[in-house]
Design a protein around this ligand. Structure first.
Ligand code: GAR
Length: 202
């Protein structure tokens, strides 16, 4: 069993998917939930499930946010999952957890990602450019923004009648499948990074 910290910034529906996944009993335990914003519903979800939860407020810690999070979890968890975490991790935490941090992003990377591209803004951009498919990506986190090796992607159609909210809902359903699956694969040591690409081992 691997010990996991889940980092969030909002409602935590992806956190809930990780809590509800059967893999939680076999592959991983969720030992910490950390939010970079106070008062978000994801913290309540952690509380309701008896998971230790902390706020490390991005407005208070600013450039020291990553170091502060590292202080909380160093040697206490094996893996970090970014589940709707909207701050960028920097510095020592990326070294301490090399290839042990995964992120869910609500588009098909390398489209609609990078700096400033998060949450509903992603879906607004997809609709605006007239793309016919979208989806989600789970990837390893490196020093760039949304640039680490891709683990899993799931696609959804984009309909002419969609708005950002209806598309977000369709993509979220896939996120809730993809994120627990990717974490399970990581915990079963089934992900191998070769030349910047991820091979899933049978
Ligand atoms: C999710 O759609 C996630 O992919 C996105 O924020 C949402 C959080 O929802 N993350 C990003 O945009 C990161 N770049 P949730 O709080 O209900 O899990």
């Amino acid at each position: 069993m691997y010990r996991v910290a889940v980092l969030i910034s909002g409602s935590g529906s992806n956190l809930q998917a990780l809590i509800d996944s059967p893999a939680r009993n076999t592959s991983y335990s969720i030992d910490y939930v950390i939010s970079d914003r106070p008062g978000v519903y994801g913290l309540k979800r952690a509380e309701l499930n008896g998971i230790k939860n902390y706020v490390v407020d991005r407005k208070v810690y600013k450039a020291a946010l990553s170091d502060e999070i590292l202080k909380l979890i160093k040697d206490k968890v094996d893996i970090i999952v970014l589940a709707g975490f909207l701050s960028i991790l920097r510095g020592e935490i990326l070294v301490a957890f090399t290839n042990k941090i995964i992120n869910i992003h609500p588009s098909l990377i390398p489209s609609f990602c990078g700096s400033g591209m998060y949450g509903i803004k992603v879906h607004e951009s997809v609709i605006q450019c007239g793309a016919k498919v979208s989806g989600c990506t789970v990837h390893f986190v490196d020093a760039g923004t949304d640039s680490g090796p891709i683990i899993l992607q799931k696609t959804v159609p984009v309909y002419f009648e969609d708005d950002a909210l209806s598309l977000q809902k369709r993509v979220l359903e896939q996120e809730h499948i993809a994120l627990p699956k990717a974490l399970d694969l990581l915990c079963k040591d089934r992900l191998k990074i070769i030349d910047g690409r991820v091979k899933i081992i049978d």
